[in-house]
Design a protein around this ligand. Structure first.
Ligand SMILES: Nc1ncnc2c1ncn2[C@@H]1O[C@H](COP(=O)(O)OP(=O)(O)OP(=O)(O)O)[C@@H](O)[C@H]1O
Ligand SMILES: [Mg+2]
Length: 367
């Protein structure tokens, strides 16, 4: 999957922008605050209709303006145009200039894997951040996943509300609780299966990528879930045994809504033992693994974005990462440090794009 062309109108600090991209590697450079992240953010918005930064859609619209537009031509099997229109009232999306009524039908047509320095939160933050990130990845591969997740969340809410009612009103209908529990477990098991499958496949790549970047072997992601290794009957049994506790807390304590992940380097949790650089390399290895997984599931490589790749990494690791880039994966890298890159000559075919104050000042193709 390759993004050939991008047009922006009133997006962040871009007033208007028309730019074509290199099919293999695009190096976006410029000073702090120039608009490098904004540019790759636009690509992400074109794919998922929202930002990867933890912000609302409104902040994407250029200050003082009412409407923003991101438009792109992507080569899927043939050239296809995509459009995301953002306004204070909401957003609209189009494919080949035809309106797509449901955003969910639009999302996942263009797939993007993105690394951003904030992604270290994936290791450092709470389990809920990790689940969210995992959910986004899986939903891009399995279209029904978000639906299952929606059903599960809804049933969980209903079950929790009913538990509270039972506590207040004394003995309500236990049979109704059983129905809710049964349905909850039904969807929970489907979600668990997808997560397990995803992480298993991911692990088949992760260690190797991490080793190629750092020279150290033994990185794995561990999936922590209440449902691990249990049959449906055993899960139902656990929920039955936990009923008193659930009633006491007014919520369901056992289930896939408490799932978590750990990055283990030879058995040691990177959250507690890893340096900043190690954590960053682990996340980058995770992203490289995701690329392969997407390719496996969808038949196409996604667009790959590495925002602020070079900061905090030593030269050897950066060179190793650049050596992992593939010709059939279109990659976007943003950096403040172009000189290093040019000097090293690690990559021969690419386009350099100099950004300054929301404008492209210079574009150069190197073949
Ligand atoms: N809605 C908006 N309207 C106008 N300008 C905006 C808007 N949102 C952000 N900006 C401006 O965009 C700039 C930040 O751009 P961006 O995050 O792309 O910088 P960057 O080049 O990635 O910098 P760094 O090297 O520090 O990461 C800031 O100057 C900010 O004021
Ligand atoms: Mg930036």
């Amino acid at each position: 999957m390759k993004l050939k062309f991008l047009k922006l109108v009133n997006f962040r600090n871009y007033d208007r922008l028309d730019i074509s991209f290199h099919p293999v590697l695009n190096l976006i450079y410029g000073k702090n605050g120039a608009g490098k992240t904004n540019l790759v953010e636009a690509i992400y918005v074109l794919s998922l209709t929202r930002s990867f930064r933890y912000v609302g859609d409104k902040t994407l619209i250029r200050d003082e303006e009412k409407v923003a537009k991101v438009e792109g031509i992507v080569n899927l099997n043939y050239d296809t145009s995509f459009e995301v229109l953002l306004s204070k009232e909401g957003k609209k999306v189009k494919v080949n200039h035809n309106k797509v009524a449901k955003i969910s039908d639009y999302i996942s047509k263009i797939t993007v894997v993105l690394f951003h320095p904030d992604d270290l939160r994936f290791i450092k933050d709470t389990p809920s951040t990790r689940r969210k990130t995992l959910n986004i990845s899986i939903s891009l591969i399995h279209f029904e996943y978000l639906k299952m997740l929606g059903y599960y969340k809804n049933l969980l809410k209903q079950r929790n509300a009913y538990l509270k009612q039972m506590m207040i009103n004394g003995n309500l209908d236990g049979a109704y609780l059983d129905i809710l529990t049964e349905k909850l477990v039904h969807y929970g098991m489907q979600i668990h299966e997808k997560r397990l499958e995803f992480l298993k496949k991911l692990n088949s790549y992760l260690g190797e990528f991490y080793e190629k970047i750092t020279g150290i072997s033994g990185l794995q992601v561990e999936y922590l879930s209440d449902y691990n290794d249990l049959t449906k009957e055993e899960i139902m049994e656990k929920l039955k045994k936990g009923l008193q506790k659930d009633l006491l807390f007014g919520k369901t304590n056992f289930g896939i809504h408490t799932d978590d992940l750990r990055f283990l380097l030879n058995g040691k949790d990177l959250k507690e033992y890893g340096s900043e650089g190690q954590q960053k390399n682990a996340i980058i290895a995770y992203k490289f693994s995701e690329l392969e997984l997407f390719k496996e599931f969808t038949g196409n490589y996604p667009i790959f974005i590495l925002d602020d790749l070079f900061s905090e990494l030593d030269e050897e690791k950066i060179a190793n990462i650049l050596n992992l880039l593939k010709k059939d994966v279109q990659t976007f890298i943003t950096t403040t440090e172009i000189d290093w890159f040019l000097k090293k000559n690690v990559v021969s075919s690419y386009k350099s794009i100099y950004v300054d104050d929301g404008c492209i000042r210079e574009e150069k193709n190197y073949e």
